[in-house]
Design a protein. Structure first.
Length: 129
């Protein structure tokens, strides 16, 4: 079974089918489906160019971590917005979650904030306060 039973290669049709399935499984609507599609398309392009992988079942945590590092670099270079990078991680996590893969990472661990309001710093009151 390749690409979680959706087809042989990560082309746009397969990516769309995976996005539809994940969104439906999670009870989300078309906006979520669109985010998953965008994230998977970006991830698939990265996998093809860096590792010549066209099958999500061949993706390891190391591949996924390298992709997160790449997203962080694109964020630092101003190529992608912080909200985009963090939503890509969340969307791909949801894909792996629905299909039972052990691949899961935290955007925060890679220094990727969720947007302008979030800078991954602890703003809670100290124990002394």
């Amino acid at each position: 079974m390749r690409n979680f039973g959706m087809g042989k290669n990560l082309n746009n049709l397969i990516i769309q089918k995976i996005a539809e399935h994940v969104s439906a499984e999670r009870g989300n609507g078309t906006a979520s489906e669109s985010k998953i599609f965008s994230a998977l398309k970006d991830f698939a392009g990265y996998l093809r160019s860096e590792y010549e992988i066209r099958d999500l079942e061949k993706v390891t945590t190391e591949h996924y971590s390298a992709y997160a590092e790449n997203l962080r670099t694109e964020l630092e270079n101003g190529e992608k917005a912080s909200s985009t990078t963090s939503s890509y991680i969340a969307a791909i996590n949801s894909v792996f979650e629905v299909f039972g893969s052990g691949n899961h990472i935290s955007a925060k661990e890679y220094g990727i904030a969720r947007g302008n309001h979030y800078d991954n710093t602890d703003k809670s009151a100290s124990n002394e306060v």
